[in-house]
Design a protein around this ligand. Sequence first.
Ligand SMILES: [Zn+2]
Length: 464
Amino acid sequence: MLNPHRCYNPERMSISFHIDASSGKARTGRLLTPHAEIETPVFMPVGTLASVKGVPQDTLEELGAQIILGNTYHLYLRPGIETVRRMGGLHGFMAWPRAILTDSGGFQVFSLNELRKVTEEGVMFRSHLDGSSHFFSPESAMEAQIGLGADIIMAFDECTEHPADHARARASMELTLRWAARSKKYFEEHKHEVPWGNSRQLSAVSPQQEQIPRFARNDKKKEESAEGYVGTAAAGCPAERSSAAQASLRSPGQPGAAVPTQAVPTQTFPTPSQKTQSLFGIVQGGMDRELRKESAERTIEIGFPGYAIGGLSVGEPRELTREIVESTLEHLPADQPRYLMGVGTPEEIVEYASLGVDMMDCVLPTRAARHGLLFTSEGKVSIKQARYAQDPGPLDPTCGCRVCLRYSRAYLRHLYASNEVLAQVLNTIHNLSFYLDTMRRVRHSISLGEESGFLSSVGSRPKP
Ligand SMILES: [Zn+2]
């Protein structure tokens, strides 16, 4: 269903979404972003600190990862937004040429519990690293995400805790709506400040060649205080700050400069000309179906090129998660991408794809891998178990990943038991491969019109 209230101009969009095939509620499509074309439904590996833990970027490419996530809160604290921005954003900084999505920092901030204070203006919080005080507002969260330069960025929202009574869930939803409007306003005014035009090869840039967007003219306060502090974004006149920032940018590797002179990769990445990032809205409303409906409708009125369902997987029963997802999806535009944040198991990502979700992310495959929990076509394998000590077989006989083609269960068990770093690397590669393969099979099934077939054939069943 097309919504007449959407007020963005498609001609100016830097994202487009095409549905190729449908099967029941499920659909396959292509999401065109400035850095990559993404086949949907897609699973997005989480690279919290500009790194999918343990997996080099070339291996992620080999696995077929089309888009990965970065976490604004973590990157804001380390290495700081300015450092990333000067490197041309996350793409240049982490040498990842495909698509990136960043969250707004809201979820991480709200996970801090005792360390935060919410007001209409934003959230005051303490760093989990050193206890230092920081402030995120919709505006500063947008500024941070523009500096990080992901293809898709997220509105600043309040993730409602669970359980929450009706009044609390409504108040939280209303706050998220006001913050969504402020997020969009700031984004529209500043979206051309995305650092994609900045060269990664800063050491080779001459002053004449240097193109520093107005935004790049750094707030001196940021240099003097904690790196990447974005709370003072609105203060001061950009022109007054420009000379110090340019001097600093022209002197990478100098004492105090954040950007090293050495080891600048020679590889370059295509810069998407005239493109900007895309800002997605987030539907909240707790576990109340009516509030979710209202949140969806009013977020759509504000107008975004894609919509996320947030505030789930916060401790509620899985049945309830599914119920809220299914009912919320009914109120989201069918012709725009739908992103379910923070799920799930292999079975769950298949199920949500079948309900019409286009994008998902979860730390589960990477985090579980580091704890020796592996997803296979034969069910979950806890590789630490003694039963695998003499097992010469591959981890998953049907998996074609580089780990399963080369190593035995006995070796993987040995690496894990010996606390070898390689255990985390190999386990993570396999788990990501399993998730990405699962979504590949889901897309294939949908394109063949197998409405329910893939639900039973895909997933990680419990090991007998
Ligand atoms: Zn494998």
